[in-house]
Each structure stands twice: as C-alpha cells, then as structure tokens.
Design a protein around this ligand. Structure first.
Ligand SMILES: Nc1ncnc2c1ncn2[C@@H]1O[C@H](COP(=O)(O)OP(=O)(O)OP(=O)(O)O)[C@@H](O)[C@H]1O
Ligand SMILES: [Mg+2]
Length: 352
C-alpha cells in the first residue's frame, strides 16, 4: 500500500465547464480519505482523474512516489468500486472475483488463495458458487469489493458504493469497509454526498463545494471548527442554525433575542465590535432553560433525544434536546446556547 499526492489538480471538461479547481491533497499510506460535498461539486471528477478515467487538465498526480499524471489507468495499480457494481451475471461469485487475476495470468493456486482470503474478509465464503442474481444487494456490493481486494492494488477508490443499499445494509457495509481498511491497511479514497458516512468512515475528510476544496481535516476538526459557513452548514445533522447578530458590549444582539458572549468569545470577536456577523449554533448545543424564547412548531422523539423545531421571532430554529420531551405546537420553551460559532458575513470565513 502507498500514499498519493494530488497537486494543484484542475479539470476543465471539453464544454469548458471547470469541475475542479486547484485540488491539493497529500494522502498518507493506509489513510482513508472521504471526499464529501453536494451533487455536482466535483467529487467523482476528482476520483476519476486519480483513476485515470479522466484526463488531468492541469496539475500532477503522484502515486507511491511516481508521477502517474500521464499513465494509463491499467498501469496505475488502482482499483475502483462504483455505485453501480456491474458484476458478470453469467459467472459465479468465485469467478467474478477471480476474473481479473485470470486476465493477469496468475497461477490457479495463487488465484484460489487470493479469492478465498477476500471471501473470508467479506463474509462471502458460503456464497462463492452462487450467481450474482441469487445475492442480496449488500452481498453483490461485497463481491464488487472482493474483485478490488484480490488485486491488492496500491490504492482503492470508492465512488458512492453504498448509495444503492437500504439504510440498514448501508451501515453494516460501512462497517465492513472500515474493517477492510483496518485489516488490509489499505489507502482509500472514498466519495460520498452523505455527511454521516464521511464522519463515521474518514481518517480525514475533504469537504468540497462547486469544484473548490473548502476544508481538509479530521471529522472532529470539521465538526468542531468548520473553516467557513459552507462547511458549518454541510457537516452535522440536523444542520447548524444561523442568525445574523450585531456585536455590542459583550452581547450578540438580533431583533428577537440577545445572548451574552463568554470572555473568550469577546476576546475573539473584539475586532468586530459594532459589526454584524453570522452566529451559528448546532441543534445539540441548545438546551432548555435560559432566556431565548422558542415558539414550538413540532416535537419529534428520536428515543434518546428530541428534535424540537420552532421559531425565535422570524428565525427558524432546530433544537436537539437530550431528553424525551413532549412539547406541543404553540408552546414556548426558553433555551440557551452552550456553544456558538461566528462567521464573517462578507468572506463567510469562520472567525477564529
Ligand atoms: N463528462 C462531462 N462533461 C462535462 N461536464 C461534466 C462531465 N462530467 C461531469 N461534469 C460536470 O462537472 C461538475 C462536477 O461533476 P461530478 O460528477 O464530479 O460531481 P459529483 O460531486 O460527483 O456529483 P454527484 O454527487 O451528483 O455524483 C458538474 O457540474 C457536472 O455537470
Ligand atoms: Mg459523483
């Protein structure tokens, strides 16, 4: 296994659409990187440039110390698993996994060993004689992964491999990918538009918007310390609440409520005294008890916690309380904020 470097990668398609701008990333050996962002932000394009399925318009791609920018896909020693895992329907599971090794003319013995080892990792040992049509969606997806594993490539690329699976299968297959990552110590680039998948899988997340990298960091870094409004709103579910507030004399003031700033926040925001900034508060950082009045619209019990949607004056707000609540439409619950984020309204960057 090996690391890879994406240096100043750009993609401009033939129709002059620029899908990726100046993408820089240093992937360490054995690291699991998740590219996340909304539809059309350039995730697949980036992955396909790494695979060699798209030309790199500008920039350099280094795998294992070698410049492979111009290297054809088959010589890059990369395996890609797609959302639509096209298995060979007329072949058994065993044959599907063995196929690429047979093309490589590896010995029968080696092929057998590799297929059996992959089947073991993926819990497919009892399915090897079946045809894909006799398998569930999750099993088929595992066969697709098996085909990649047997090749022991330098790098695995996954493009939304779980999006065709139902919620339960998605989380169990997600755990399998993590296991795979740990057992093979595999270097993985993984694409998804699902922030939960990114948070649960990644060693580091690359968050993209409109072709631009917004932030690179560990899941905790992106959650705790988002670099701008986009990342703040994209990572975390339900999303962060935003309010425009004026900073004055140690308080954040908007039409509908006023909150006191902590000494640390006052120090951080000193430069912005008298200005209007965007304040972000995650639903889980809102607690009952306080001075901010929320007009309750709905109360959703999720078991361990309750989502309360409401209004603070003209602002929509979503709170996630850590108890079983039974508020009703029309109730007023007074809340306070346990953690706040602040963003410059012009640059949308986090004020840190
Ligand atoms: N072959 C192509 N020719 C021209 N433009 C393309 C081509 N493929 C993708 N694009 C454009 O490039 C941009 C990025 O597309 P890409 O497929 O990389 O997005 P994505 O982040 O993978 O989105 P999704 O989550 O929907 O898969 C989009 O604006 C898309 O329309
Ligand atoms: Mg895509």
């Amino acid at each position: 296994m090996s690391g890879l470097q994406l240096q100043h990668l750009e993609k401009i398609y033939d129709n002059n659409v620029q899908a990726v701008f100046n993408f820089n990333l240093d992937v360490k050996d054995g690291e699991l990187i998740v590219l996340v962002g909304p539809s059309g932000c350039g995730k697949s394009t980036t992955l396909r440039m790494v695979a060699g399925l798209e030309d790199i318009t500008k920039g350099k791609l280094i795998i294992d110390g070698n410049d492979v920018t111009q290297t054809p896909p088959k010589d890059r020693d990369i395996a890609m698993v797609f959302q639509n895992y096209a298995l060979y329907g007329h072949m058994t599971v065993y044959e599907n996994m063995a196929f690429s090794l047979m093309l490589r003319k590896e010995s029968k013995n080696t092929i057998h060993q590799k297929v059996m080892a992959a089947a073991e990792i993926l819990d497919l040992t009892s399915q090897l004689n079946k045809k894909p049509a006799q398998l569930s969606g999750g099993q088929r997806q595992r066969v697709a992964m098996g085909r990649a594993i047997v090749r022991t490539p330098k790098v695995f690329l996954f493009d939304e491999p779980l999006s065709n699976l139902d919620a339960k299968l998605r989380s169990s297959t997600r755990r399998e990918i993590l296991l795979l990552h740990q057992r093979l110590n595999a270097t993985i680039l993984y694409v998804t538009h699902d922030q939960t998948e990114a948070l649960t899988l990644a060693d580091r997340i690359v968050c993209m918007s409109m072709g631009h990298v917004q932030q690179i960091g560990t899941p905790l870094e992106l959650y705790d310390d988002p670099s701008n409004l986009f990342v703040a709103g994209f990572i975390g579910l339900p999303p962060m609440n935003f309010f425009d507030v004026e900073l004055r004399a140690g308080q954040a003031i908007c039409k509908d409520f006023t909150v006191d700033l902590t000494p640390e926040e006052q120090k951080l925001l000193g430069w912005h005294e008298g200005k209007t900034v965007t304040m972000g508060v995650r639903p889980e950082h809102i607690v009952p008890g306080g001075t901010i009045p929320v007009d309750v619209i709905s109360n959703e019990n999720l078991g361990q916690n309750t989502l309360v949607n409401g209004m603070v004056g003209k602002h929509k707000i979503t709170c996630k309380f850590r108890e079983w609540c039974t508020y009703k439409y029309g109730d007023i619950v007074k809340v306070s904020f346990t953690k706040k984020h602040f963003f410059d309204r012009e640059t949308t960057n986090s004020i840190r």
